[in-house]
Design a protein around this ligand. Sequence first.
Ligand SMILES: [Zn+2]
Length: 259
Amino acid sequence: MFQPKRQKPTREDNRRLAGIISAFLAVLLATSTISALAETPSPIPTPTSTPSITATPSPTPTAITDPPGFTEPSIDAADSLWVVVNKKRPLNPIKYKPVLDKSLNLSKPAADGFRALKAAVSKAKMGTLCLNSGYRSYATQSYTYNLQVTRYGKKVAENLAAHPGYSEHQTGLAADVSTTALGCRITNFGKSATSNWIAKNAWQYGFIVRYPNGETATTGYQYEPWHLRFVGIELATRMHDQKITVLEKYFKLPAATTY
Ligand SMILES: [Zn+2]
């Protein structure tokens, strides 16, 4: 067997070896210092708004983000996308008026959401979406409610119109929708394919069907397939993912069947 001939290292060799080792150690030290520096966690910035959704729903909706001015989602603030208004939770202030979109009778974020939803409905060949009713002022609601009381008495009127200051329409975030094929009437909307498509897909555009079938004991309202509520894509996605359909349940609020 061949054995390589070993030579005794000379002093010169030793010096060279020492040089190499010290150079190597220097590089090692420098590298570890750099990596240690790199690993030093930079302070995590405090999020100014709620974290954005990382999961992209499929198909990818037209991107609309919750706009500035809504950075502090609150179920109490009248101008929050997350505000919960029901028979137990009037608007605060009670005569609140949102900043309205110039062409649609909805608050600005809801109007943008509606446009995106309408485009998606058209793209899915589900007809032309139209707005039957959007923002209603305290005064309008007051007039409507009192008219119904005069006509049918208080008991019946309670089921027909919300008390002024207690209607979600006053937030500017509620949209009663239908299609042009139905003359934009809400009556038969629930039987349409568009209604079915909206119930399945509207969350991707930040809308929920606010008064779903079978949730009257919680919402205090009969099934209203036409009444959509803009809550923003983030909350709509969370509710969709958690399979929670009503705001009262998501926010663990008491049922709101009576005033
Ligand atoms: Zn409505």
